[in-house]
Design a protein around this ligand. Structure first.
Ligand SMILES: NC(=O)c1ccc[n+]([C@@H]2O[C@H](COP(=O)([O-])OP(=O)(O)OC[C@H]3O[C@@H](n4cnc5c(N)ncnc54)[C@H](OP(=O)(O)O)[C@@H]3O)[C@@H](O)[C@H]2O)c1
Length: 337
């Protein structure tokens, strides 16, 4: 292992407002430690780029500890085992973990990774529709919002990694699905994968009115990937007994950690006896196998298409991350190593 050198991205400093490329610093030519018993050395093939990373580079209280300046950036990845001191894995095996980090090689505890079968799907699927984002869509719809056939389901960031899976699973369940996204091209993709209607939140003059027009009987379920102004507009259109599955708050990327100031619309929850529930995919870890099976079946049945946005090279990790925060990714953002 001694001749392998690592490259990795660390946090340079907490951003003040929107992160920029200077938020991160690359370290190169790093020696790798010798493996201890039970460890494996894995070479990255794909690294995952996700909105939750915004929360980790803030000192604000969250559901997971912040990264401190100088520490390795967290992130998922899938790669090939190069060397093993674990009886469970051999060189050449493909493994995936949420704990890879923004680096070319990782020394990992074999107990923390999952085996990936490359004969089932391209290995990068384990970071997309058959991984954390796909499972998030599944749990948000079926465990949090408890969607029912014929209900009206509105989804923000509808063309993204989570959103595109949520839209197709809800449709396959017999729901009427409404996409909210930032561009014509993204809404065209949403139509292609089966969304019944689409709203460009940037171009409509009155988002609440546009949602009302698309959902004349009200919104039964809102799969909220963004929070902020889009949530406010949906809140003006709730149906009796509506459920809001609060999945993400990416609209706050520039003001992370500050209190979210917006219209106070809570009376809409009261009037409609509606429920809003935040959730993390990891809350449902005991159901991962069921989710994976449902996702694989949807794919086998031809009911799950998935678009990826792949950039080449670990040197582009910060650029790819900033794309997400600026609505410039089109599908699941990945870095190919
Ligand atoms: N709770 C969980 O366990 C969990 C797990 C995974 C992801 N999430 C959350 O789910 C959401 C989607 O994640 P993803 O991985 O699927 O990312 P994604 O949708 O592939 O990419 C992020 C998208 O967010 C939208 N966006 C960015 N800035 C925005 C703004 N200011 N206002 C409104 N929309 C904005 C953009 O879509 P448009 O082009 O449509 O603006 C962008 O493409 C994120 O909030 C993420 O944190 C939560």
């Amino acid at each position: 292992m001694s001749n392998i050198k690592n490259r990795r991205w660390v946090l340079a400093a907490y951003p003040d407002g929107m992160p920029g490329e200077g938020t991160f610093r690359m370290e190169e030519d790093l020696a790798l430690p010798d493996l201890a018993d039970g460890e494996i050395l894995v070479e990255a093939r794909f690294l995952s780029v996700d909105p939750y990373m915004r929360g980790r580079i803030s000192p604000a209280k969250s559901y997971a500890p912040s990264i401190e300046p100088g520490q390795l950036m967290v992130g998922g990845g899938v790669g090939v085992v190069v060397e093993s001191r674990s009886g469970e894995f051999a060189a050449g095996d493909i493994v995936e973990t949420m704990g890879f980090g923004w680096q070319a090689f990782a020394v990992l505890d074999a107990g923390t990774v999952s085996r990936v079968d490359p004969s089932l799907a391209p290995i990068e699927s384990s970071l997309g529709w058959l991984g954390m984002p796909g499972r998030t869509a599944y749990f948000g719809l079926f465990h949090v919002a408890d969607i029912q056939p014929s209900e009206v389901v509105v989804i923000s960031a509808a063309a993204g990694a989570v959103g595109q899976v949520a839209g197709q699973l809800a449709k396959a369940h017999g729901c009427r699905t409404i996409a909210i996204a930032s561009s014509r091209a993204k809404l065209d993709w949403c139509a292609e994968i089966g969304y019944d209607a689409g709203i460009n939140y940037r171009s409509v003059p009155d988002l609440a009115a546009a949602i009302g027009e698309a959902c004349p009987g009200g919104v039964d379920v809102y799969f909220d990937n963004t929070s902020g102004a889009i949530q406010d507009a949906v809140m003006m259109n709730l149906a009796l007994g509506a459920r809001i599955a609060l999945c993400g708050t990416i609209s706050q990327a520039a003001s992370f950690g500050e209190p979210d100031i917006g219209p106070r619309l809570n009376r809409n929850l009261l009037i409609n006896r509606a429920r809003m529930q935040g959730f993390l995919v990891t809350d449902f870890a005991e159901h991962y196998d069921a989710a994976n099976q449902a996702l694989a079946k949807a794919r086998d049945d031809g009911k799950l298409k998935f678009r990826e946005d792949v950039m080449d090279g670990i040197e582009n990790m910060p650029k790819a991350f900033l794309k997400l925060l600026n609505s410039e990714n089109f599908g699941k953002q990945l870095i190919k190593i």
